[in-house]
Design a protein around this ligand. Structure first.
Ligand SMILES: [Zn+2]
Length: 323
């Protein structure tokens, strides 16, 4: 069973909003675009592994996706954790493109792409560290840790994987995501003793889900040019900003596209960049709407909660506003 699903990361949603509304003439925009590209690639790699994992019989397992667990004033992150009665299995997925050269002697992963060489942290070492942190977490919750195994999934099917020193650990632990169904069974042969009951499996899952703290970066710490961020409602067809609201519809002044609800995405952008509250005045300025009655109608048409009296109301995203 899937004990915890993978959500679209808040960090990516924030970066998408920032990139959409970053002033085009500011040279720092490229930095945010690069970061967004990297984070999206990572997420795509995780989803690729999820897809192949779906095809494995997981009736006797509990699968937890995307954990971020606080421990000793820091956090450890696990892309995928599989809980079985015999062992726990950590799988880290990497979506790197290019040629990946594993050099475990010095804990290095070299990536060569377009004649550029880069060093990445050794993903096998990363999963080993995650395993020891998970062990400490379980002990803290008075659970005797079962054996913990670790794998590194390479999700980018274009990547070339190399193991020039023929390291056994690399060939045992690094694999292509599509092969996950064949990578798990050998662990059942290695660990034949049952360590945790079904109830204990659920207990481990419960503790981890309860402790999970999703990463929510604060745009205020990113040194954004807040006053210069692009305002207005964006056309979903041609991506131009500054749609005009008339007779219950947004009209694009650039391509003529008409739509009723383009302000919802704009408000999402606002909450992601400026924080989770907005006044009617801020809404009017950000959406570039003149009529107070339109502002009122648009605000009350969305899934928002509010504080205060009619005039000084502050609005907040409702429970499923971002779904
Ligand atoms: Zn348009």
């Amino acid at each position: 069973m899937i004990g915890k699903t993978r959500e679209y990361p808040q960090e990516i949603m924030i970066l998408e909003a920032i990139v959409r509304r970053f002033p085009p003439d500011d040279f720092r925009k490229a930095e945010f675009e690069k970061k967004l590209y990297r984070k999206r690639a990572g997420y795509k790699g995780e989803k690729t592994l999820d897809y192949f994992l779906e095809q494995v019989d997981h009736s006797e397992m509990v699968i937890l996706h995307d954990l971020r667990i606080p421990i000793n004033r820091t956090h450890f992150q696990i892309d995928t954790l599989i809980i079985t009665p015999y062992f726990l299995l950590i799988i880290d997925s990497k979506n790197y493109a290019g040629t990946l050269i594993f050099l475990p002697e010095f804990n290095q992963l070299i990536r060569v792409q377009n004649d550029i060489e880069e060093v990445f942290p050794d993903p096998i070492l990363q999963t080993k560290i995650q395993a020891s942190q998970l062990k400490a977490f379980l002990k803290k919750h008075h659970i005797t840790p079962p054996p913990i195994e670790n794998l590194v999934a390479i999700s980018n099917s274009q990547a070339i994987i190399q193991n020039p020193t023929n390291d056994k650990e690399v060939s045992y632990r690094v694999f292509r995501s599509a092969n996950v169904a064949f990578k798990i069974p050998p662990f059942y042969k290695k660990h034949t003793q049952s360590h945790v009951s079904k109830n204990e499996m659920k207990k481990i899952a419960r503790h981890l889900i309860k402790a999970h703290e999703p990463l929510v970066p604060d745009p205020k710490s990113m040194n954004l040019p807040f006053d210069k961020m692009v305002k207005g409602v964006q056309c979903p067809a041609c991506e131009a900003f500054g749609m005009d609201y008339r007779q219950g519809k947004w009209t694009c002044l650039n391509c003529g596209h008409k739509t009723a609800d383009a302000h919802i995405q704009a408000l999402k952008d606002y909450f992601l960049i400026y924080g989770p509250s907005i006044t009617s005045k801020e809404f009017r300025e950000f959406m570039k709407v003149r009529s107070p009655s339109t502002v009122k109608r648009l605000l009350s048409s969305m899934n928002l909660t509010f504080d205060g009296t009619t005039k000084g109301r502050t609005y907040f995203p409702g429970k499923s506003f971002f779904d």
